[in-house]
Unconditional design. Structure first.
Length: 168
């Protein structure tokens, strides 16, 4: 059984084995969580990302998949980068969002991570409605047994309440 915890705050301040980044396919940085992780984690993360792009991820990381790098100066051993789907009102992409959580846990678990911290993937720039994003996140993680503890780190009260409602 994976224990699920909720924290209100900044993901980049967490002490865990693996911190999950809501990245984009380029892996070369962006805004939101991604920008915050690269800022606080320092240049070693981007160097690793560039190496991955030069090696087997020449076309970038596909949506729904995950890959690990160093965590640089963050208080973690790895950053697991995953690419959430952009929300669409006409196409159901929830399978891809669930895949982000599942694949991130798989990658983290293979490395030996026991504690993993997630943001609410796709619920910022990518426009996923928070309640539905929280439902998919909690359902997917609750069905997984890869790691001992998952911490959802929610930036604001609204996000925290959406996740808390799913756990009740
Ligand atoms: N800690 C925890 N949560 C945060 C933090 C933080 N430091 N900063 C933002 N959030 P987003 P996405 C919340 O936009 O929707 C980037 O440019 C935020 O309030 O970071 O998956 C990438 O490069 C929201 O609820 O990720 C991609 O291009 C959630 O984290 C694109 O954004 C996710 O918001 C990915 O968009």
């Amino acid at each position: 059984m994976t224990a699920i915890e909720l924290v209100r705050g900044d993901l980049t301040r967490e002490s865990v084995d693996a911190i999950v980044n809501a990245a984009n396919s380029s892996l070369l940085g962006g805004g939101g969580v991604d920008g915050a992780i690269h800022r606080r984690g320092g240049p070693a993360i981007l160097e690793d990302c560039r190496r991955l792009r030069a090696a087997h991820l020449g076309k970038g990381l596909p949506t729904g998949q995950a890959v690990a790098t160093t965590a640089g100066e963050l208080d973690a051993r790895w950053v697991v980068h995953t690419v959430g789907p952009v929300f669409s009102a006409t196409e159901d992409r929830s399978g891809l969002l669930a895949s982000c959580y599942r694949e991130s846990l798989r990658v983290a678990g293979e490395l030996g991570a026991r504690t993993v911290a997630f943001p609410a993937i796709s619920t910022g720039v990518y426009g996923w409605p928070m309640d539905d994003g929280a439902r998919i996140a909690v359902e997917t993680v609750a069905a997984d047994t890869t790691v001992e503890e998952v911490r959802f780190v929610l930036f604001d009260e609204r996000a925290y309440e959406a996740f808390a409602a799913q756990l009740r």
